[in-house]
Each structure stands twice: as C-alpha cells, then as structure tokens.
Design a protein around this ligand. Structure first.
Ligand SMILES: Cc1cc2nc3c(=O)[nH]c(=O)nc-3n(C[C@H](O)[C@H](O)[C@H](O)COP(=O)(O)OP(=O)(O)OC[C@H]3O[C@@H](n4cnc5c(N)ncnc54)[C@H](O)[C@@H]3O)c2cc1C
Length: 473
C-alpha cells in the first residue's frame, strides 16, 4: 500500500464506507461527465481512481491528455477535456485521520465537503471555508482555491490546507506544504488540476458548538448602502448579498445583505437530513426570461418585509440554499447556463460594479442568482488564485448564444478595463488574451504543469493540447 508520503498510516475510521474490492471494481462506464453549467458538452473517456497508486497507471496508453475531476461543480470547462481522459476521484473518498484536539483532518481528495460535514459537525467542527454548495470534493476545493462568505476574515480554502500529496505522471510523489516543496504547494492551490493529481490532503477545521447561525438580513438600495453595510459588518464572520439585477430606476442595485456568525449558544450537533427534492426535468429554454426572473426577484426582495430581520437559522439554508433541490441546473434547460464572476480591485470596484450592473439591466438578460460580496485582503496562497481585495459579483444566464454570449463578452472586456479578472471555475468564454491579462503569472505557473495533464479550459486560454508547460515525463 502506498499510503502516504510523510503521513501516518491511515486510520480506517468507522465513518468510512466499505471500499469495493479490487476485483469488484468495474471498468468505467460511459461518460457523460458534465460541468454544472452543462456548457460546453464534450465527450471524454471516464476512468475512476480508487487510490493514489492509480495515477499515473491510469494514463498508460493515453495519448490525448488526462485531467483529474471531482464532482463537476465547476460551471465551465476547467473540469472538462474534449476527447481526452477524465480521472474521476470521487471513488477516493476515505477519511484517513482526524485529531479531535487540533481539528486537523486528513482525507482522500475525492471526499466531498458534504461527507466531511457529516463527520465533523457531530464532533463539534465545521469547514474553515465553504462555497455555496457542499457537493464539491476536497481536491476540487483546493484546485480552484475556492472562497466563501467569510473571505474577508478567513481568506480562501487554501489558507487552511496544511499539506497534501501531489502525484505526477512520471510517478514522482511529493509531500507539499508551506515548507515542503513550497513552490508546488503554491502552484497546485488554484492550479486547476494541471500540476498533478492530489490523492489526499489535510485541512484544519474550525470548532463550533451549534449548527445554528445568528443571521441578519438587511435590505439595501444602491451600491453605497451595500458598501456601508460591508464595512459595518467587517467583524461578522459571514457576509454575502443577493442583488436584483433586473431592477432599474430608483430600484437599481437593490438587494439583501445577509450576514451571520456561528451561534455561541450550545445546541445539539445533529447530522443534516439528506435532500429529498430533485429537479425533475430539463425546463424548456424559454421558461427563464426577463418576466419570470423579474417577478422572482421582486418577490424575493419583498419576501423580507422589513428593512432588517434577525433569526437563528440552521447552517444548511444559510450556506447551501441551492443544495435543497438536487440537479437544479436542469431549470436552465438542456442548453445549460453561463456563469460570470469577476473581482474588481477597490480602486475601480464601485464604478466597475455599477457599470456592469447597468449593462446587465440594459441587456434585458435575466440573472436571478446574482451574488455580490466584498473580498478581504488576506493573501491567497495559490499562484493562480482568483480572489483579491475588491468587489466580486457572480451572475448566471441561460445559454442563448446570440444574446448571452455577446453580453458575456462585453462584461468580460469591461472587467479587464476596470483592472479586474474572471474566475476560471465559473468560466466558459473568456478569451486567451483576457486570461493572460487577468493572470499575467500564467507563464510562471506553466512551468509546474504536469505534461500529461490538460483541460479544455487550458487549451482554450493557452492553446495546444499538452503543448505548454511542464518538463517531460
Ligand atoms: C451552486 C454552486 C455554488 C458555488 N459556490 C462557490 C463559491 O461560493 N465559491 C467558490 O469559490 N466556488 C463556488 N462554486 C464552484 C465550485 O466550488 C468549484 O468549481 C469547485 O472547484 C468544484 O469542485 P468539484 O469537486 O466539483 O471539482 P470539479 O469541478 O470536478 O473540478 C474542478 C477542478 O479541480 C481539479 N481537481 C479535482 N480533483 C482533483 C484532484 N484530486 N487532484 C488535482 N486536481 C483536481 C479539476 O481538474 C478541475 O480543474 C460553486 C459551484 C456551484 C455549482
């Protein structure tokens, strides 16, 4: 057994599901592996990794490149490889070690944050950083250096990763941490899966005494009120805003500022119930339009009748409101959705955000998942990490090539003009010129690329299958 470089022998915690015997591991079924936006849709061979020794063995005879993938919760093509080989890691989902005193948890990289929460919450621990869905893998969280509602206090997920192993296609295995192979540590956090395969990682969890969040929702009108609320809430751990991007005139940039802290009043740390609702079918493309989304937004804004409401809320609806309905991306129909997320640094954050919101409202393209947040200034440990101090806005649009692509392209260009950048995990459109302007450090990063690995995103923004980066196998 290869486990693990520099780590104790894995403890088979009771929590772990039984693993299939080697002989029972069936060869891998047909694709399809989709990203969350379901655009673009590419064929690829799908192989499952079961333990860290499977890579590089799994790519023997593979000539069109390979890419490790997790839950496919990235929206665009950062987790896709057209006609290549995808190495799905969700079959590597065991917990390896947990220290109940320090909160240090070591697990295989295909474990999901949902599985970690099921283990950790009843033991009085929570994720240090979580995105808006818990159905992402540990490996995926590291590879995109994800951020959450506590970015202004806690920085990115990578800030809480103490070490991981990196396996390269030449069979080399490296223990990476801030002190061991620190250059590979830095390149792999937000490395978009291109520097090697992460078989396991260790993170530091944070203690909690309750599942509950002390929540406040505050209505705001306009960017200035949003900015005031963000600075008043600097001491609150979690802040995020929903903004009505369909509103114009005096309602322009109205929204709800949501803030919360883990409750300090002890209460039972029960397991979360499993979600029961599944979005039943693909909606027809016309179902989401300016009228339906506009009506939803008005209802959502007025659902909160008062200017300010306070409540004690379970962490599930606070962090993961969308996870209550599985496969909700079907709402966008078979053509899928485009996400667009920028960060614009403080220097131009306000004017850039107003200009972009104005452009969206003017376009008539509807987005009802519009999330606005002020990032903090904690440095991200990843060479290619997306967050930086400023305002971030995430929007999504149903795919209507003639309209949404043109709007996206305009917004991406505006982002560049305001000195911002887009988030690869949420992207399917940025051009190679834009990417290289957003991430001028890409050439340094490319030196750490594993020559056997690539993605459709990388090919789109850099070009050439397996063409750029890394030293030979
Ligand atoms: C509803 C929703 C809300 C979201 N909210 C947020 C948010 O608030 N903040 C945020 O930052 N993101 C957010 N995201 C995006 C999501 O968190 C990231 O895209 C995340 O990386 C997805 O993880 P995954 O397991 O699905 O990985 P995938 O999407 O399958 O892969 C993502 C990347 O990780 C790499 N990778 C995966 N496993 C490994 C491994 N073992 N070794 C090496 N590389 C690997 C892949 O190559 C790929 O480049 C959200 C997504 C959804 C659908």
């Amino acid at each position: 057994m290869l486990y693990p470089v520099g780590m104790p022998t894995p403890v088979e915690l009771d929590f772990n599901p039984p693993q299939p015997a080697e002989s029972a591991r069936k060869t891998d079924g047909p694709p399809p592996f989709e990203s969350w936006g379901r655009y673009p849709a590419y064929d690829a061979e799908l192989k499952h990794l079961h333990w860290q020794g499977d890579y590089p063995r799994a790519i023997d005879g593979v000539h069109h490149g390979a890419l490790a993938v997790g839950m496919g919760r990235s929206y665009g093509d950062v987790c896709l490889l057209k006609d290549g080989t995808l190495l799905q890691t969700t079959t590597m989902d065991r917990l390896l070690d947990f220290d109940p005193v320090t909160g240090l948890l070591t697990a295989e990289a295909g474990i999901t944050l949902a599985q970690i929460l099921d283990f950790a919450v009843p033991r009085g621990y929570f994720l240090p950083v979580t995105p808006g869905t818990k159905y992402v893998t540990l490996g995926g969280a590291i590879a995109n250096d994800i951020h959450g509602k506590n970015h202004h206090q806690a920085g990115t997920f990578g800030c809480h990763v103490t070490q991981f192993e990196l396996v390269r296609s030449d069979g080399r295995r490296m223990l990476c941490s801030p002190t061991s192979h620190p250059d590979y540590f830095e390149a792999t956090i937000a490395g978009m899966g291109l520097t090697g395969v992460i078989p396991w990682a260790q993170i530091r969890l944070k203690p909690i005494v309750s599942r509950m969040i002390d929540y406040q929702g505050i209505q705001f009108h306009g960017i200035d009120e949003f900015l005031d609320l963000s600075s008043q809430a600097a001491h609150v751990e979690y802040t995020v805003s929903w903004v009505d991007v369909t509103a114009t005139g005096k309602n322009f940039c109205r929204g709800i500022f949501m803030q919360g802290d883990h409750s300090q009043a002890p209460s039972p740390l029960k397991l979360s119930p499993k979600p029961k609702l599944v979005f039943p079918m693909d909606l027809p493309g016309f179902a989401l339009n300016r009228l339906s989304v506009g009506a939803f937004n008005t209802l959502f804004f007025h659902k909160q009748m008062k200017k300010r409401v306070s409540a004690l809320q379970d962490y599930e609806p606070f962090f993961y409101p969308l996870d209550a309905v599985l496969k909700w991306n079907r709402m966008y129909g078979k053509r899928g959705l485009l996400q667009f997320q920028y960060v614009i640094p403080w220097e131009h954050a306000k004017e850039g955000t107003v200009a972009i919101l104005f452009e969206v409202a003017k376009s008539g393209m509807a987005s009802f998942l519009a999330v606005l947040k002020a990032f903090g200034d904690a440095p991200s440990p990843g060479m290619m990490s997306f967050p930086k101090p400023g305002i971030t806005l995430a929007l999504d649009f149903p795919i209507r090539p003639e309209k949404s692509f043109a709007l996206f392209d305009r917004l991406a260009e505006m982002t560049r003009e305001f000195g911002g950048r887009l988030y690869p995990a949420k992207d399917a459109r940025m051009t190679s010129t834009q990417f290289q302007a957003f991430y001028p450090q890409w050439e340094r990063f490319a030196r750490f690329k594993d020559p056997a690995l690539t993605s459709s995103f990388w090919e789109r923004v850099i070009g050439g299958r397996l063409g750029v980066g890394g030293s030979g196998r």
